[in-house]
Design a protein around this ligand. Structure first.
Ligand SMILES: NC(=O)c1ccc[n+]([C@@H]2O[C@H](COP(=O)([O-])OP(=O)(O)OC[C@H]3O[C@@H](n4cnc5c(N)ncnc54)[C@H](O)[C@@H]3O)[C@@H](O)[C@H]2O)c1
Length: 445
């Protein structure tokens, strides 16, 4: 009430001195005063308006960054990263230029991530043009992402720093480079973190994916899209091994739900816009340059530090098992999917005919209990783990994963070759080299 009173009091204060005084001055004087008062008020507001417009103009990005190839670099992320400008475009084109014939030009999202960095490097090594895109988020140590970026940079792969939700950036990328393929690996990964930060899954796995599909739909030519779904879509499915035909409508985590949503969204873009889309359901990928949030990684860290590790058990002390799949096998599956992807059929956002739509399991098809994973790590690290056994909490993890890979085998010639012990041996070698000697001495192979 008192606030209202204060406001009404303010309203009654004259906005300029010498304002209209009805009783004394003559008509002429009154008009003159009125005019000068109006003029000064007009001048004041015009000046204010112009200052405001100039300020807004200086703050705003160019309305269409694609309209000029000489657009100035602009700040894009809070991290201080920028994109745009002549030098930036030059780096983009150089990275995108294929070295082999016929050349593919691939946009790899999540290129600073675990799978993305390996895939980018393999594509580049065989001669494809590769441009990476990553927002270097801090879900896990961004230093590890920067180290992967440095290695890729030495191999000629430029990673653009930006978010897949940035519409202008995506438009610009497709304006500068006629990508033939998009390998979409950017995502908010991890099952348990969804309890802490659910919106990050919506941001990257749903909103970001739709934004990317929109950019692909409008691009000319439309690229073929290969993207990472996840074995987690099988959720509570208990029929093993998991086949692509099995039900995927019982997700056990928000992460799984966003991947499942991604599969449905992908279908609509294929159906409406003629985008060729291949979804790959990865099963627990591990290996050198891996993700610190995954069990094999933090078990290694904690065993070496003499810290206790928690191993989860199913009902009646049954073991939790995973179809651990070595990174090199996953990379081969990704490249197989890319090489067999047919062209998108749409143009200018309009579908011209039916386009390819596929989903494949990429696993190792040999599940291993987590207790066995720990036993192998103990052997390789030559340290006995301090173990604590706890019942599997209901925070998104499932008890068992096992891939049926016959479809990927017949259509992509996918044939995983690395067993868990051989793969972990390579991981441990990398881990010790990376954390003891520093990132500069560690290579991808
Ligand atoms: N590693 C596995 O075991 C596994 C299993 C199943 C599915 N997947 C899927 O495979 C893909 C790659 O996984 P990974 O293990 O390499 O994970 P990762 O976290 O190492 O890589 C993902 C990368 O995407 C980036 N990113 C996240 N959100 C982004 C955004 N909005 N814009 C731009 N960049 C963004 C991150 O910075 C990160 O570098 C993901 O889609 C993941 O969900 C992985």
């Amino acid at each position: 009430m008192s606030q209202l009173k204060t406001l009404s009091h303010l309203d009654s204060i004259p906005s300029s001195p010498g304002k209209f005084k009805p009783d004394k001055p003559s008509f002429q004087i009154h008009r003159l005063r009125l005019h000068s008062s109006l003029l000064s008020r007009l001048a004041f507001w015009s000046l204010l308006f112009l200052t405001l417009m100039a300020f807004l103009f200086l703050l705003s990005p160019p309305s269409s960054p694609s309209s000029s190839s000489f657009s100035q670099p602009r700040r894009n992320l809070g991290s201080g990263a920028s994109w745009g400008g002549r030098e930036w475009e030059k780096r983009l084109r150089k990275s995108a230029a294929p070295r082999s014939n016929p050349g593919r030009t691939v946009l790899v999202t999540g290129a600073a991530g675990f799978v993305g960095s390996h895939v980018s490097l393999s594509l580049r090594r065989r001669g494809d043009g590769v441009v990476g895109l990553d927002n270097f988020d801090s879900y896990y140590d961004p230093g590890l992402k920067r180290a992967r970026q440095n290695l890729l940079s030495r191999s000629g792969v430029f990673i653009v720093e930006g978010d897949i939700n940035d519409r202008e950036l995506l438009k610009k990328l497709f304006d500068v480079v006629p990508f033939t393929h998009v390998m979409h690996l950017a995502a908010q990964a991890g099952v348990r973190y969804a309890m802490e930060n659910p919106s990050s899954y919506i941001h990257s796995n749903i909103a970001g994916f739709v934004n990317l599909l929109e950019a692909c739909k409008s691009a000319n030519p439309q690229p073929a899209i290969i993207w990472a779904s996840s074995s987690s879509v099988y959720g509570l499915n208990s029929k093993v091994p998991f086949s692509e035909k099995d039900r995927t409508d019982q997700p056990a985590s928000l992460y799984a739900a966003t991947k499942k949503a991604g599969e449905e969204i992908a279908h609509t873009y294929n159906h409406i816009h003629g985008l060729s889309i291949t979804g790959l359901r990865f099963f627990t990928v591990y290996g050198p340059w891996g993700r610190p949030d995954m069990a094999y990684f933090f078990f290694t860290k904690n065993i070496l530090k003499g810290k206790q590790i928690t191993i989860y058990e199913g009902p009646d002390h049954s073991s939790v098992a995973r179809d651990f799949t070595y990174i090199d096998d996953i990379v081969k599956g990704c490249l197989g999917a890319l090489d067999t992807a047919k062209k998108s059929t749409g143009s200018g956002g309009k579908k011209k005919g039916a386009a390819q739509f596929r989903i494949f399991n990429l696993g190792n098809t040999s599940p291993v209990p987590v207790t066995e994973l720990v036993r192998i790590l103990e052997k390789l690290l030559k340290v006995k783990a301090k173990k604590k056994l706890l019942p599997l909490p209901r925070n998104g993890d499932v008890k068992f994963t096992h891939a049926n890979i016959s479809l990927a085998h017949s259509e992509l010639r996918y044939e995983p070759k690395t067993d868990l012990e051989a793969g972990l041996k390579k991981f441990v070698k990398w881990y010790i080299s990376y954390y003891n000697n520093g990132s500069k001495k560690s290579s991808f192979r």
